[in-house]
Design a protein around this ligand. Structure first.
Ligand SMILES: [Fe+2]
Length: 203
């Protein structure tokens, strides 16, 4: 069974002005779709056909870079759409306590996400993740993912240029500031934390 391009969980104008409908139309409708299509084409008729996306990522890591890139990017983008929200959300009590413990405050966490995202060289992803009961900010390069690395990813922000160039040109810090200001989906992060295992790409 082929993987599907999941629908955006909000209207395409919901993230404005941080992320415009035009950006979403390309980022979701073209970039994410291409990663899905290429993953499906690469696994068609192989033993990975019909396996969950997480299994495809694990199987391809270190052995098939082309498939890995497309499968991991398919997962990362699905996770990213849910990491953002058009409506105001807030962290659960459990997540709030862990944020206070690890970063001091949500504002400080946002500041550190902005700094890590802005400082990340070239394309990649910045993550809020949990491992062993502790929160941390992680970075992955290019199409790499935290999906299969023993973390429970809570949120991610895409720092590839295609995520922000139409709206903010080369000003990645402006995109990060706008996204972290009021577009992070703390409800999604709280659900991921409460579940205790990594999110699974809907199939
Ligand atoms: Fe992207």
């Amino acid at each position: 069974m082929a993987f599907k391009l999941i629908d955006l969980p909000y209207e395409d104008t919901a993230l404005e002005p941080a992320v415009s409908a035009e950006t979403l139309s390309f980022h979701h409708g073209k970039h994410h779709k291409t990663y899905i299509d290429k993953t499906n084409a690469a696994i068609a008729g192989t033993e990975l056909d019909g396996k969950p996306l997480e299994d495809v990522i694990k199987a391809a890591r270190g052995s098939n870079q082309g498939l890995f890139n497309n499968a991991a990017q398919s997962w990362n983008h699905g996770f990213y759409w849910h990491s953002l929200a058009g409506a105001e959300t807030s962290p659960s009590e459990e997540l709030s306590a862990m944020i206070a413990d690890a970063f001091g405050s949500t504002d400080e966490l946002k500041k550190q996400l902005q700094e890590r995202g802005a400082g990340h060289f070239a394309s990649g992803w910045v993550w809020l993740a949990e491992k062993g009961g502790k929160l941390s900010i992680e970075e992955t390069h290019d199409g790499d993912t935290l999906a299969d690395q023993g973390f429970n990813p809570l949120l991610t922000i895409d720092v590839w240029e295609h995520a922000y160039y139409l709206d903010h040109r080369n000003a990645r810090p402006k995109y990060l500031e706008a996204v972290t200001k009021d577009k992070l989906n703390w409800s999604f992060a709280s659900e991921n934390l409460a579940r205790g295992t990594a999110w699974v790409y809907p199939g």
